[in-house]
Design a protein around this ligand. Structure first.
Ligand code: 26Q
Length: 782
C-alpha cells in the first residue's frame, strides 16, 4: 500500500479540523478508504469463487467482533496505518470505542467467523450467508450484582465494512406476507493472499415502505405496518444459546435467510451454467447446526416449483449438496418445530417436509430397518418436526466438533443414524484463527515467537510453534515470556479499571473463566471453590495462599433464571471476600461487564489459568479453551470437549485435570446422591449452605434457594445436581490449589508449563479444521 495514497484518500473523508474528528468519524473514513483500496481485489475473488466448485457456510450467527484492527492486520497495513495516524497526530487506539458486530451468541457464531478467516487465508472458495440483525447480542451491565440488558444498536454510527447490494435483492414469501431480503456484503480478508471471501448478510425490508392511502385516511399506524412487520424479521438476534423455544419469529428468520441464500446460489449458478443439472457438482452447503436446516425443503421447493425437477431428483440433489454440523449434545437444543406452525406460515414447505418424511420411511422399509427404529428417526413425530433428523437424512456428511463429542453423537444423540449411515459421520475438531487470537491480541508474545523462529511464517502455519518447545528449559526465554504475560496482565488490569471501575492487582494469579453462563459450564462450581478457599483461609486450613484474581466474563440468556442467579451469587461472593480484611488482599473476584469478542481479546492474553470445568460429556468442544492455551495459559479442566485433545497435545503434566470422566459418570449417575456428599463432607456442606444461610443475598428473590434445592432435591425436570457439582467439588478445589501453589512456588516451572501449552496449540488452528472440511467434506480447493 502506498502510504501517501492512503493518507490522501483518508484525510479527504475527514472533517476539515482533523484533530476534532470523533472516533466514529475516523472509523468511517478509515473503513471507506480500505474498502475502496481493496475493492478490485475483492471483485476478482468473487469471480474466482464462482468459477470453480465452492462452498457456502449457512449460519444464523457470525460473531465477527470488531473489524477494523483485524482487517488492518490481515491486510498487512496495520503498522503503516498506525504511522499515518500518528503523522496526522491521531491515535489509532481511539477506535477501541468502535462497537463489535455481535451477530452471534457464543461459540457457534464465533466458530463461523474463525472459519471464514481461515478459508480466506487458505485461498479457498468459501462464503458465508447469514442475517444482518439490526440489534446484535444485548449489551450487559452489572448493577448491584445483577445482569441488566440493553439493546445493541451496532450500526448506529454506520457500518463502513459492509456494502449494500440492491441488485441482488430477492423476495421471500410467507403465507400472507412477502418481504424483501437485501444483501449486505462484508469482505473477509485473508492473511498474505489475494483471496477475499464474502460474508453475505440479509436484511429484511418491506416491499412497500409506506401506504400513502392509509396515511391520507389518517390511519397512521396501519400506514407503517408492513414496514414494521417486515423489519421485525431481521430486527434482533435471539439471545438463547441453547434452548429451543419454538418461537414463530425465529422460524421466520430461519426461512428468511435460508430461502434468500439458496435463491442467490441458484441465480448465480444458472447465470454461469444455464442449467441446474450440475448444481451438486459445483456447490456444497454447510448447515451450521439445525438453524438453517429448513434449507433442505426450501432447495427442493425451488428446484421443483421453479425449475421443473421431480421431487425425487430434487431430493437426490439435496442429499449431495448439504452437510450438517452438530454443536451440542443437549436435548433442549435440538430444534423441533410444531407442524401446525410450519403449515400455517410455510404451507408449501410443510408439504415438502411430509414428502421427505415419506421418502425416509420408504427408504427404511426398503432397507429392512425395524419399525421401532423408523419411528425414532422419522422427521415428523407426533406433531413435531425434528430438524436434526431431517438434517441427518438429507446430508452427505454429519460431523461433531471434537473427538469425544463425535463419539457421543455416534453412541447416543445420533446413534440410530450412525447405525444406518456410518460412512456419513466425521469428526472435525474445532479451531480458532491465530490471526485474531494471538497475532492481533498479543503483539508482544507474537513478536517473541517471530524473533525466536526467525520469521513469522507461523501466522500461516501454527504447527511451527512446536519448534519453540526447545526453549522450554531456557530460563532467559521463560523470563521474557513471564515479562510479557505480566505486561498483558497489567494491560488487562488497566482496562478492567477503566471499563468496570474494579481494581485488580496484576501481581496476583489471573484465574479466568470466560464463556456463556450456563449450568453445564459450571460457573457455580468455580464460585463454590472460591468460597471454599475463603473459608479455608479463615479457618487456617489454607495457608500461604498466593493472591489470586478470579475473573469471570459471561452473559446469561435474559430469561434464564438460574444463570442470572449465578451471576448475582458470584458478585455476592466478591463482596464478601473483599469486605473481609483477612482475605481482601488475597482473593479478588471480578465479574466483567459486557463480555464480548473485543473484551475476550484482552482477557485471553492476560490469563494464567484457564477454567474449562464443564461436566464431562456436556461441552461439545469449547474454543475459548484453545484461545487461552495459545496465549500461554494452563488449563484447569475436566475431561470434556476439546480439553481432552488439548492435554493430549500439551501433556497432562502441563495442565490440571480433575473430576469424573464420561465413563465414570455412566457408572455414578444411576445412584448418585448429592445429599450424601453434602452430609458427609463438612466443607462441601458449608460452601453449598452459603446459598441459604444468610452469607449472601439474592435481593429477596428466592433465586439462591432455588439453586440450592436444584442441587439437593432436584426439580420437576431434572434429578438433584444433574451437572455433578458436589461430586466434583473437592477434587476441583484440590487441583485448583495445587495449580495456584505451583505458580507461587516456582514461577519458572509454571511458566514452562504455560510455554509448552502455547507451543503445542498448533492443532487448534482453524486453518487445520478448514483444510479438513475443504478436502473431506466440501471437495473444494484453492
Ligand atoms: C436454538 C433454538 C432457539 C433459540 C436459540 C437456539 C440456539 C442458539 C445458539 C441453540 C444453540 C446455539 C449455539 C450453540 C453453541 O454455541 N454451541 C457451541 O458450539 C461451539 C462451536 O462448535 C462449541 O465449541 C461449544 O462447545 C458449543 O457449546
Amino acid at each position: 500500500m502506498d502510504k501517501n495514497v492512503f493518507i490522501e484518500k483518508f484525510t479527504g473523508k475527514l472533517p476539515k479540523d482533523i484533530k476534532a474528528a470523533t472516533p466514529q468519524q475516523l472509523h468511517s473514513a478509515l473503513g471507506e478508504t480500505v474498502m475502496e483500496l481493496f475493492a478490485d481485489k475483492w471483485n476478482e475473488s468473487r469471480q474466482q469463487h464462482l468459477s470453480k466448485r465452492r462452498a457456502a457456510y449457512l449460519s444464523m450467527e457470525f460473531l465477527v467482533g470488531r473489524a477494523v484492527y483485524n482487517n488492518l492486520l490481515v491486510l498487512g497495513i496495520y503498522d503503516d496505518v498506525e504511522k499515518a495516524f500518528s503523522e496526522l497526530e491521531l491515535d489509532l487506539s481511539s477506535l477501541e470505542e468502535i462497537e463489535d458486530a455481535a451477530l452471534g451468541n457464543g461459540g457457534l457464531g464465533r466458530l463461523a467467523a474463525c472459519f471464514l478467516d481461515s478459508a480466506a487465508t487458505l485461498g479457498l472458495p468459501l462464503d458465508g450467508y447469514g442475517i444482518r440483525y439490526k440489534y446484535g447480542l444485548f449489551k450487559q451491565s452489572i448493577v448491584d450484582g445483577f445482569q441488566r440488558e440493553d439493546i445493541d444498536d451496532w450500526t448506529r454510527y454506520g457500518d463502513p465494512w459492509s456494502v449494500r447490494c440492491d441488485e441482488d435483492t430477492v423476495l421471500i414469501e410467507y403465507s400472507g406476507q412477502t418481504v424483501k431480503a437485501v444483501p449486505y456484503d462484508m469482505p473477509v480478508f485473508g492473511f498474505r493472499t489475494e483471496n477475499v471471501g464474502t460474508l453475505r448478510l440479509w436484511q429484511a425490508e418491506p416491499v412497500k415502505e409506506f401506504d400513502f392511502d392509509l396515511f391520507n385516511k389518517q390511519n397512521y399506524l396501519e400506514a407503517s405496518k408492513e414496514k414494521i412487520f417486515a423489519e421485525d424479521i431481521s430486527r434482533v438476534l435471539y439471545p438463547n444459546d441453547d434452548t429451543d423455544d419454538g418461537k414463530k419469529l425465529r422460524l421466520k428468520q430461519q426461512y428468511f435467510f435460508s430461502c434468500a441464500s439458496l435463491m442467490d446460489i441458484i441465480k448465480k449458478h444458472k447465470a454461469r451454467y444455464g442449467t441446474l443439472d450440475n448444481l451438486a457438482d459445483c456447490i456444497s452447503v454447510q448447515l451450521n447446526d439445525t438453524h438453517p436446516v429448513i434449507s433442505i425443503p426450501e432447495l427442493i421447493r425451488q428446484l421443483v416449483d421453479n425449475e421443473g425437477y421431480t421431487f425425487e431428483a430434487a431430493l437426490a440433489m439435496a442429499k449431495k449438496i448439504f452437510n450438517y454440523t452438530n454443536h451440542t449434545v443437549m436435548q433442549e437444543a435440538l430444534e423441533k418445530w410444531r407442524t401446525d406452525l410450519v403449515e400455517e406460515l410455510l404451507p408449501r414447505i410443510y408439504a415438502i417436509i411430509i414428502q421427505i418424511n415419506e421418502a425416509l420411511i420408504a427408504d427404511m422399509y426398503a432397507a429392512g430397518v425395524e419399525k421401532d427404529k423408523i419411528n425414532r428417526i422419522k422427521i415428523i413425530k407426533k406433531d413435531l418436526i425434528h430438524m436434526a433428523d431431517m438434517a441427518c437424512y438429507a446430508s452427505s456428511h454429519i460431523n461433531g466438533v471434537a473427538e469425544i463429542h463425535t463419539q457421543i453423537l455416534k453412541d447416543s444423540v445420533l446413534a440410530d443414524w450412525f447405525s444406518l449411515y456410518p460412512e456419513r459421520f466425521r469428526n472435525e475438531t474445532n479451531g480458532i484463527t491465530q490471526r485474531r487470537w494471538i497475532a492481533l491480541c498479543n503483539k508482544e508474545l507474537s513478536a517473541l515467537i517471530t524473533e525466536l523462529l526467525g520469521n513469522d511464517d507461523w501466522i500461516n502455519d501454527l504447527d511451527k510453534l512446536k519448534e519453540l518447545s526447545k526453549f522450554a528449559d531456557d530460563e532467559n526465554v521463560l523470563r521474557r515470556f513471564i515479562d510479557i504475560k505480566q505486561d498483558k496482565k497489567q494491560q488487562l488490569a488497566d482496562f478492567i479499571k477503566t471499563h468496570d471501575d474494579i481494581t485488580v492487582s496484576p501481581d496476583s494469579v489471573f484465574d479466568i473463566q470466560i464463556k456463556r453462563l450456563h449450568e453445564y459450564k459450571r460457573q457455580l462450581l468455580n464460585a463454590f471453590s472460591i468460597l471454599w478457599i475463603y473459608y479455608g483461609i479463615k479457618d487456617g486450613s489454607i495457608q500461604n495462599f498466593k493472591p489470586t484474581a478470579f475473573i469471570f466474563g459471561a452473559k446469561s440468556a435474559p430469561g434464564y433464571r438460574r444463570a442470572k442467579a449465578i451471576i448475582k451469587f458470584i458478585n455476592e461472593i466478591g463482596r464478601v471476600v473483599s469486605s473481609d480484611p483477612d482475605t481482601r488482599d488475597l482473593i479478588k473476584v471480578v465479574f466483567v461487564q459486557n463480555y464480548n469478542v473485543s473484551y475476550a481479546e484482552k482477557l485471553v492474553a492476560g490469563t494464567d489459568i484457564s477454567e474449562q470445568i464443564s461436566t464431562a460429556g456436556t461441552e461439545a468442544s469449547g474454543t475459548g479453551n484453545m484461545k487461552l492455551m495459545l496465549n500461554g495459559a494452563v488449563t484447569l479442566g475436566t475431561y470434556d470437549g476439546a480439553n481432552i485433545e488439548i492435554v493430549q497435545e500439551a501433556g497432562e503434566e502441563n495442565n490440571y485435570i480433575f473430576g469424573a470422566r464420561v465413563e465414570d459418570l455412566e457408572k455414578i449417575v444411576p445412584d448418585y446422591d448429592s445429599r450424601k456428599i453434602f452430609a458427609e463432607d463438612a466443607m462441601v456442606r458449608k460452601v453449598v449452605s452459603s446459598l441459604i444461610d444468610g452469607t449472601v443475598s439474592d435481593g429477596g428473590s428466592g433465586d439462591f434457594r432455588e439453586l440450592y434445592m436444584a442441587l439437593l432435591d432436584g426439580a420437576s425436570w431434572h434429578a438433584p445436581d444433574h451437572y455433578y457439582l458436589l461430586g466434583d467439588l473437592r477434587d476441583y478445589v484440590e487441583t485448583k490449589l495445587r495449580c495456584i501453589y505451583d505458580y507461587s512456588g516456582d514461577r519458572i516451572s509454571f511458566a514452562k508449563k504455560q510455554w509448552l501449552n502455547m507451543c503445542n496449540a498448533g492443532k487448534f488452528s482453524s486453518d487445520r479444521t478448514i483444510a479438513d472440511y475443504a478436502e473431506n467434506i466440501w471437495g473444494i480447493c484453492r
